[in-house]
Design a binder for this molecule. Structure first.
Ligand code: FAD
Length: 519
């Protein structure tokens, strides 16, 4: 069987034979799921970024962990096959792809686990690694009235895909990223072993996999912390013309105790003009609200700042909501007259980007390329970043949201594989480019590179989030003093460098070598 697969790997241009090969491999693997040819037009050769396309050998739709284990073990018996778990393919730079390798479509396992677990007075849900967060939300809330505490802005992402990165949104200042809200995982390692792990059981694997960029194992089940779901959310946007006032208020809100602040805090930068995608019209929450620019001072610069907050409440709390919200808003220094607010159900609030997706799909922009850039920037450097990047390089916008909001390092667990800037407060910056509304793909990619190069040149304390690097030097710099731990984890859990080749960190074709270094 192995010699046979090796032959296919080396002759994989012989398309006519592939159909026969698929059925023989499927039989020999004894998969409960199914297997398809890797076609350049198949979903496994594409991602949301639309910048890269590579042809896998096969796309496998496993029925569960056992199938995944068989696939990984098979790859380990060849000299060069790699395996990429594909969540929902919402990466930007081919991270879930495997050129000439085996791509595992995790969505085929999405319904395998869904168990509500009250344990010692707390509540958890066991879900599949391939489950979409939007399904976790709707099923949890409608069946149990509970919901995960920490989210991403957009929910058509898989549990395993976001846990392999971090999973960040406006709740992370309070509860940490999604990686801080999981207590147990079932993982298929790069050796094909199915292992349950937690803070106390196989802990090195547990923490390695969280934020591990898919390098140490494929998450097949996750146990997620829950909280009681509120009924409603008051969702508010207020505008600032000065960055220092915006950051002062955002930092004030994220450092207050629970119950003394909003439940969600984010922010974004927008252009001080009437451009429909980049400017004033991108601020109001309701089509009936108008952005009145006469409130902006004549001295304001090329860009303005919007603080976005949300307050959770139950229907029975309604009479006290105004008092609580106005008390909090009264402590902020936003531009008077530039406030937009709506009350929406909790699920509608969390599905806000999914609704925007429907609108953007209707005008064809969703399926185009997305040269996005995400960074974590230390508080100590964020004013410099604003001055050089937002006020200068990006003063005309990026054709989509330019998010910026503060997070607290103490809410992240240092034992995971995620790396962060130094200092307690740092900012997430997300340049969510939609090309038809902003610069061309080439210009956007060049601008992203210019921003990262500038950050390196001036010695900014930053890390890429959803990182994408090509060289060993860049990965070493990215991980800093955590690089040796990352390498050791690879040697322990995926010693043949089979998993997640699209991240470009370790190379299977040079056995036992990590971008040039032996382990
Ligand atoms: P994929 O892109 O398919 O995979 C990502 C990586 O994880 C790959 O290396 C893959 O091999 C690996 N992987 C996938 N599944 C597993 C698994 N089960 N076990 C182990 N490894 C696995 N991120 C945020 O943090 N906050 C946001 O608010 C946010 N909003 C977004 C909005 C949009 C519209 C998009 C496109 C992305 C957004 N992201 C956000 C980024 C998102 O977290 C990443 O794209 C992430 O990779 C999840 O996508 P996915 O599930 O499609 O995973």
């Amino acid at each position: 069987m192995i010699a046979y697969l090796g032959r296919i790997v080396h002759n994989n241009d012989a398309e006519s034979k592939l159909d026969d090969d698929v059925s023989s491999i499927s039989k020999s693997l004894d998969l409960q799921g199914s297997i398809e040819n890797g076609d350049v037009s198949s979903l496994a050769s594409k991602d949301f970024g639309g910048l890269y396309s590579v042809k896998p050998l096969f796309l496998i739709k496993p029925s569960g962990a056992e199938d995944i284990s068989r696939v990984v073990k098979l790859a380990s018996r060849t000299s060069n096959l790699t395996v990429a778990a594909r969540g929902n393919g919402h990466s930007i730079n081919g991270q879930a792809m495997a050129e000439g390798g085996l791509v595992i479509d995790m969505c085929s396992t999405e319904k395998n686990h869904f168990e509500f677990l009250p344990i010692n007075g707390s509540h958890y849900i066991d879900v599949s690694g391939g489950a979409l967060w939007e399904d976790v939300l709707t099923r949890c809330v409608s069946r149990y009235g509970y919901a995960p505490r920490s989210w991403t802005d957009y929910l058509s992402l898989t549990v395993g895909g976001t846990l392999s990165n971090a999973g960040v949104s406006g709740q992370a200042f309070r509860y940490g990223p999604q990686t801080s809200n999981v207590t147990e995982l079932e993982v298929v390692t790069g050796k094909g072993e199915i292992t349950v792990c937690s803070e106390t059981l196989n802990s090195e694997l547990f923490f390695g996999v969280l934020g591990g960029l898919g390098q140490f194992g494929i998450i097949t089940r996750a146990r997620i912390k829950l909280q009681q779901a509120p009924d409603m959310v008051r969702w508010i946007r207020v505008v600032y013309s000065e960055f220092e006032e915006f950051t002062r208020d955002a930092e004030f809100l994220v450092t207050q105790k629970e119950g003394e602040s909003f439940d969600y805090v984010e922010g974004f930068v927008f252009c001080n003009n009437d451009d429909p995608f980049n400017g004033w019209p991108s601020v109001p929450l309701d089509p009936g609200h108008e952005f009145n620019p006469t409130h902006i001072s004549q001295t304001a610069g090329s860009v303005l700042y919007c603080l976005e907050v949300a307050f959770h409440y139950r229907n029975s709390d309604h009479p006290t909501v105004d008092t609580a919200v106005n008390g909090l808003l009264g402590r902020l220094r936003f531009v008077e007259g530039l406030k937009s607010q709506v009350d929406v159900s909790y699920t509608k609030f969390l599905l806000r980007v999914n609704r925007a997706e429907e609108q953007v799909k209707a005008n064809g922009t969703w399926d185009g390329p997305h040269p996005w850039l995400n960074l974590f920037v230390s508080k100590s450097d964020v004013v410099n970043f604003d001055r050089t990047v937002f006020k200068t390089m990006l003063k005309d916008g990026v054709g989509g949201p330019m998010l910026i909001y503060p997070l607290l390092r103490s809410k992240w667990d240092d034992r995971t594989s995620v790396v962060l800037p130094e200092g307690e407060i740092f900012y997430i910056v997300a340049l969510l480019r939609f090309v038809p509304n902003g610069p061309s793909v080439e210009k956007s990619v060049a601008q992203n590179r210019e921003i990262v190069n500038w950050c390196i040149k001036v010695g900014l304390d930053f890390k890429l989030y959803l990182p994408h690097y090509q060289s060993k030097e860049d990965w070493e710099r990215h991980f800093g003093n955590r690089w040796s731990r990352f390498v050791e984890r690879k040697a322990s859990f995926d010693p043949m460098a089979i998993l997640a080749p699209g991240q470009n960190i370790f190379r299977r074709d040079l056995p036992n070598i990590i971008i040039g270094r032996e382990f």
